[in-house]
Each structure stands twice: as structure tokens, then as C-alpha cells.
Design a protein around this ligand. Structure first.
Ligand SMILES: [Fe+2]
Ligand SMILES: [Fe+2]
Length: 135
């Protein structure tokens, strides 16, 4: 069962970023499934690796678009991305070493991270980028 569902609330109206956000949500659900079905630590770790790699790629693409259009909040947006990635990597290290409690912590963090960041940070660029021809 999915722990994270796509809703209209998450839509940023820039099609490639909406597609990437959907993929991120799918990956979080994959991590969840891997944990639920009792896949080993290595499998969960692999899905986490994929999620982190995809997130890194998505952040880089978002940042280059924001820089190109001189989005005023770009610096703080990038800082937010860096903070999120650093925390995700830290959690992943703990997961590799770790306990079941960390597994729950990892999932809760990922879920919060995706929804809060998209709603609070990414949505701020929607109108700005659309006014500059992105769609
Ligand atoms: Fe994003
Ligand atoms: Fe972002």
C-alpha cells in the first residue's frame, strides 16, 4: 500500500517537475513496499540509493532552471535542497548500520520531506516560471 499519494495540492504546473515529483513519490512508495514485504536491509538500501540519486538529479535540474530565470529565492531554495539531501544521506548511513527504529524514521522523514518541500518551496516558483515561458 502506498504511504504517499499524489494530490493536486502537490502540482507545481511545470510539467517536467510534476513528472519528477511523481517519480519521487513512486520511489518513496517503493522504499515503503521493500520494508513492508520484509526485503532485506540491502534491498531497502538499494531503493534508498536510487531515491537519493534521483532526488539529487531533480534538485540539480530545478536549481539550474531557477538560476537561468534568476528566481529571487533561488539561493535559499538551493540551501533547502542541500539540507534535505544531507539529512537523507545521514539517515541512509544509519539505516545501513542500523535498527528498525531508524527504518521508521527514514520513511517518516521522506514522506514529510517530499510533501512539505513541494508545498512550501517548489510551489513558490510556479507562477514566476510560467510568466517566463516555462510550462
Ligand atoms: Fe522539487
Ligand atoms: Fe525544490
Amino acid at each position: 500500500m502506498a504511504i504517499l499519494q499524489w494530490t493536486d495540492e502537490l502540482q507545481v504546473d511545470i510539467s517536467r517537475f510534476d513528472e519528477q515529483h511523481k517519480r519521487l513519490i513512486a520511489l518513496v512508495n517503493e522504499v515503503h513496499d521493500a520494508m513492508l514485504t520484509g526485503k532485506g536491509r540491502a534491498v531497502v538500501g538499494d531503493v534508498l540509493d536510487e531515491l537519493i540519486e534521483y532526488t539529487d538529479k531533480h534538485f540539480t535540474l530545478e536549481e539550474s532552471t531557477l538560476t537561468k530565470h534568476e528566481f529571487p529565492e533561488c539561493v535559499s531554495h538551493r540551501a533547502e535542497h542541500q539540507k534535505l539531501l544531507a539529512t537523507a544521506r545521514e539517515l541512509q548511513e544509519k539505516h545501513k548500520a542500523g535498527s528498525l527504529a531508524v527504518t521508521v524514521e527514514v520513511l517518516e522523514f521522506l514522506k514529510q520531506w517530499i510533501t512539505e518541500h513541494i508545498k512550501k518551496c517548489d510551489k513558490k516558483y510556479s507562477a514566476y516560471l510560467r510568466e517566463r515561458g516555462e510550462s
